[in-house]
Design a protein around this ligand. Structure first.
Ligand code: PXG
Length: 398
């Protein structure tokens, strides 16, 4: 079937909850993909960081196939032989005591919310059903009813109420507003250390550390959603590392599954994740042996291939070049490592239009908010491929 037939079939049979570029991908290798008509594209999105290791990384693929032959699922009613090593390795990697595995990012965020609430009631001493969690304006943490409760994008909420009580919004990482919003019932601050879906919005310099310190002094959990920014993407293992902040609750997803399995996790100290008792929370697929085996390998690849460092170096050089593009369209190039946003002037029109043009040039990327084009290639991308991408961007946006 060709591209057109596929698109017709998808339009006919799938819910219209997305409006993707019409390219129909059939194969991928490294940073490159090929569509059903044999056209090749450079993947400058990498599934929003879920493909940090690129398509078909040989080590990921090998462990995936090997583990699939052995054992794929037990549920948590029984133990499996990948779970223990996974828990040991990921907690050591993150320098945390305990891990609670889930599958998708939204599930991990939900888990973090439940963790903070339960910790609030059992450890901090908040009165029953009074717990409050502070979130930031312009956030994106997923799509469940509870999570869209604290979205400030009307489209994510419209038609989905009634919502979950117990959330407050402050301007993004604003220490003064945080201090004012905290009450005796506040159990946590939930924050993305760089806002991805919000338009690659950088934290105001020093704000992660200041907000962390405020949380500390009020016995409030600092919960970092590193689902998109974590595991090398921003040039450090975690985006919080840029300000030497070690979150109380760390939320991971996307790249943890090596681009082949949905694997997410919440990590924290014993005092915090220790609040769960058998039956309190869980997931059929959470901690499954296939996901655990792949995640263990993903963490090893990150270290063995020095991918954080690679993202830092390649990202810095690439951003410097993007900033040399003249003309009237680009307002700002910003980001960290290989998480890059190109903000366009309003008169240039929506970023989406340029994503279409870039697709015709053989490069796949995605707008975030109306005026921001996001570039987030796999961290394994070759420098010569970034040169190639630069030429395309310069041609289309110059
Ligand atoms: N937190 C952050 C910071 C994210 O970027 C999630 C949580 C939720 O992850 P899951 O695995 O539940 O999607 C994200 C996800 C989409 C979409 O299609 C999602 C993200 C980015 C772009 C599109 O809903 N980020």
């Amino acid at each position: 079937m060709d591209t057109q037939k596929h698109n017709e079939m998808i339009d006919r049979y799938s819910a219209r909850n997305y409006a993707p570029l019409p390219v129909v991908i059939a194969k991928g290798q490294g940073a490159w993909v090929e569509d059903v008509d044999g056209r090749r594209y450079l993947d400058m999105l990498s599934a929003y960081s879920a493909l940090n290791f690129g398509h078909n990384h040989p080590r990921v693929l090998e462990v995936f196939i090997e583990q699939a032959r052995q054992l794929t699922l037990t549920s948590r009613a029984f133990q499996n032989d990948q779970f223990g090593p996974f828990c040991k390795e990921i907690t050591e990697f993150c320098a945390m005591d305990l891990v609670l595995p889930m599958n998708t990012g939204a599930e991990a965020v939900e888990t973090a919310i439940k963790t903070a609430r339960k910790w609030g009631y059992t450890i901090k001493g908040v009165e029953p059903d009074q717990a409050e969690i502070i979130c930031c304006d312009n956030n994106f943490h997923g799509r469940t009813v509870t999570i869209v409760t604290f979205s400030t994008d009307p489209q994510f909420r419209d038609g989905f109420g009634p919502f979950t009580p117990g959330f407050k919004i402050i301007p993004y990482l604003d220490p003064k507003a945080l201090e004012q919003a905290i009450t005796k019932n506040t159990v946590g601050l939930l924050v993305e250390p760089i806002q991805g879906e919000g338009g690659i919005v950088m934290p105001p310099p020093g704000s992660l550390k200041r907000c962390y310190d405020i949380c500390r002094s009020h016995n409030v959990l600092f919960m970092a959603d590193e689902i998109q920014t974590g595991l090398g993407r921003t040039g450090r293992v975690f985006a919080c590392d840029h300000e030497d902040v070690k979150p109380d609750v760390l939320i991971l997803g996307k790249a943890l599954g090596g681009g082949v399995m949905p694997v997410s996790a919440v990590l924290a100290s014993k005092d915090i994740l220790g609040v769960f008792n058998p039956g309190d929370h869980g997931s059929t697929f959470g901690g499954n042996p296939l996901g655990c085996a792949v995640a263990r390998t993903a963490l090893k690849i990150l270290t063995d291939e020095n991918l954080s460092q690679r993202a830092a170096e390649l990202g810095e050089a690439f951003m410097a070049r993007l900033r040399t593009i003249g003309g009237s369209k680009i307002k700002e190039v910003r980001g960290r490592g290989l998480l890059i946003g190109i903000e366009l002037h309003t008169q240039a029109g929506p970023a989406k239009t340029y994503c279409k043009t870039l697709k015709d040039e053989g490069m796949l990327c995605k707008d975030t908010v109306e005026q921001v084009l996001r570039l987030a290639p796999p961290l394994v991308i070759e420098p010569k491929d970034l040169d190639w991408a630069f030429e395309r961007v310069a041609k289309v946006l110059g």
